[in-house]
Design a protein around this ligand. Sequence first.
Ligand SMILES: C[S@@+](CC[C@H](N)C(=O)[O-])C[C@H]1O[C@@H](n2cnc3c(N)ncnc32)[C@H](O)[C@@H]1O
Length: 274
Amino acid sequence: MTDPGAHASDNSWVRGAVDHALVPAYQTHTATLRGIIRQRLVTRALRTYLPDPPGRILDLGGGDGIQAIALARLGYQVTICDPDPDMLRQAEENLLTETGTTRDHVTLILGDGHDAAGLVGGDWDATLCHGVLMYLPDPAPLLNVLAAVTRPGGTISVVGKNATALALRAGLQGRWHDTLTLLDDESRRATVTEIGNLGVPSRGDDPRHIQDLLTAAGTEPVAWHGIRVFTDHLGDTPPGPDLDTVIEAEWTSGSRDPYRQIARLYHLIHTRRP
Ligand SMILES: C[S@@+](CC[C@H](N)C(=O)[O-])C[C@H]1O[C@@H](n2cnc3c(N)ncnc32)[C@H](O)[C@@H]1O
């Protein structure tokens, strides 16, 4: 792990709330059916929209490297820029079980995504920002950085929490007071904050708002997928033998209206205007 951005590694976005317990909480979530579906659907969308390898990919907030490693196995050169040293250490550990070639395809940089231009430069073939915006007070500055460091014609991939259907999980779990509160918040505000998977407050955004911000930053929309339509209410249920069928149902529904509109997460693919 290199440390050019140590000065910028203020990850108080979550540290105060979970007392340095993000890595185990995230590892636990990643192993559940919901965590696996999220990562597998994101990888599938990236394989659909990214140009064939090799290519240089920047993963802002890439954390413990699940997505970076999946892409490195395919032959991409992936750089993670993340302000949390614990997450990067976990990425290093996850890389230990990979082949030497895959390990050589992943670079870890400690630093805040807002400083990416100075830390890792520009002209990236693709930039990713998955599961990060919901922890930032304002998504616009990081979206502007994503667009700025992507080469003209390059791909931008953003995953975040869908504010327009947050009440669905609570309703399907029978938490009726939470459901009514979330429905009330949704009707009053474009963004809604609630306690997310990691037990810390996180904000949902209307995917159309994120699309507008990305477009204003110099990109054009390519695709919008929804992630977790049928399985988001299943808590920590582990994957079963029907995992591939569940993923097929989630992919097919999340690729079309009206299902993608009520998915827990949005996955937006944009391209940088020439
Ligand atoms: C929920 S994890 C998601 C990890 C990974 N992207 C994924 O989808 O599995 C959120 C990550 O965002 C990172 N993060 C938080 N604030 C950030 C910022 N300002 N710039 C870059 N990364 C940030 C955290 O350190 C953490 O690794």
